[in-house]
Design a protein around this ligand. Structure first.
Ligand SMILES: NC(=O)c1ccc[n+]([C@@H]2O[C@H](COP(=O)([O-])OP(=O)(O)OC[C@H]3O[C@@H](n4cnc5c(N)ncnc54)[C@H](O)[C@@H]3O)[C@@H](O)[C@H]2O)c1
Length: 307
């Protein structure tokens, strides 16, 4: 059935591919975004008659921006540890205060699917599931945790705690670990590893988009719940990531003796979402191959860095 769908942050790294996928499923999609990174990411979608653009800063959200949608995907935000550390005030007002506004405007029958993050697990030496007590170590993790709590206090909401995404999108994020390491391997011919044995968890961008759609399609069983989104096989260390890239690119790994400013290290269980039928389809190498193609192209044709 055709749905009216709002995607906040729909012009972003994940948002633009989610918009594309939902339009291909013949839904009516509205992107609400302040376009802080420009418009280029959505140019290829402009002529789609089922697409509407609402250029709005979510801090100035109005009731009319939210009315009439069956589903709201909430992706807008200051995303990632470095961006939040650089802009702590914006992180608070965009990642938290705007969420309070959004849920205040939503009607009970509107489904809310929230882009949450495994980054909030912080530092843990046990395998974390959705019941694990959360101790975020960054402003990013803290603001996402508070906003997730706000969202889950509302009925008809699903929070998807995504692993760190990797892969190519029309709006690139070169700060994400796999993307960043591949970029450095190609452009700098070296990666400096801080705390190389620390572990994170990763998901291919196509699987992240599949999970958003899976949540909408399975809302009757998933609503009012939180799910880790990824796969147990993708709990990997920085050394693992670097070694995978080494299969395709010649570069040097430099082990730094300095401590890592990013204190995150954790392993995650994805059993809860696996048990209701969501399985990832893409592996690390699928993403790295695309990234190698992209960044090799930039090295050839762009004399400056693209971050
Ligand atoms: N990429 C990941 O690895 C990852 C993992 C877990 C969770 N998430 C979450 O998923 C969401 C999307 O992440 P992404 O990687 O696509 O990030 P992104 O930075 O590429 O996209 C965020 C989008 O939000 C928009 N935005 C930012 N501030 C806004 C504001 N004040 N008003 C309106 N729009 C605004 C930006 O213009 C951008 O288009 C974020 O909430 C992020 O925390 C991302």
């Amino acid at each position: 059935m055709k749905k009216k769908i709002l995607i906040t942050g729909g012009a972003g790294y994940k948002g633009v591919l989610l918009t594309d996928a939902l339009l291909k499923l013949n839904h009516e999609v509205t992107i609400l975004d302040n376009f802080m990174y420009g418009y280029e990411s959505i140019l290829h979608l402009i002529s789609n008659e089922n697409l509407t653009i609402n250029k709005t800063d979510i801090r100035n959200l109005k009731q009319s921006d939210v009315d009439g949608f069956n589903v709201v995907y909430h992706l807008a935000g200051i995303s990632g540890m470095p961006a939040c550390a650089t802009n702590p005030h914006s992180a608070e007002s965009i990642n938290v205060d705007s969420v309070a506004k959004l849920i205040g405007f939503m009607k009970p029958e509107q489904l809310l699917i929230n882009a949450s993050t495994t980054s909030m697990y912080g530092f843990s030496d046990v395998i974390c599931d959705e019941e694990t007590i959360i101790s975020p170590v960054s402003i990013y993790g803290k603001t996402k945790f508070i906003s997730e709590n706000l969202i889950q206090s509302r009925d008809n909401s699903i929070s998807l705690r995504f692993a760190t995404v990797f892969g190519v999108s029309p709006k690139m994020r070169n700060d994400l670990m796999v993307n960043d390491f591949t970029y450095k391997a190609i452009v700098d011919r070296s990666i400096i590893l801080f705390a190389g044995e620390t572990k994170r968890t990763f998901i291919h961008i196509n699987d992240a988009i599949r999970a958003y759609i899976f949540a909408m399609d399975n809302a009757s069983i998933m609503k009012n719940n939180i799910y880790n989104v990824g796969d147990d096989s993708m709990n990997l260390s920085k050394i693992d990531i670097s070694n995978n890239i080494k299969q395709y690119v010649k570069f040097e790994i430099i082990n730094s003796v300095l401590p890592d400013l990013d204190k995150r290290s954790f392993e995650i269980s994805f059993k809860k979402i696996n048990d209701i039928g969501f399985k990832t389809k893409y592996n690390l190498n699928d993403g790295i191959l695309d990234l190698v193609k992209l960044y090799s192209f930039y090295v050839q044709y762009t004399p400056y860095k693209i971050i």
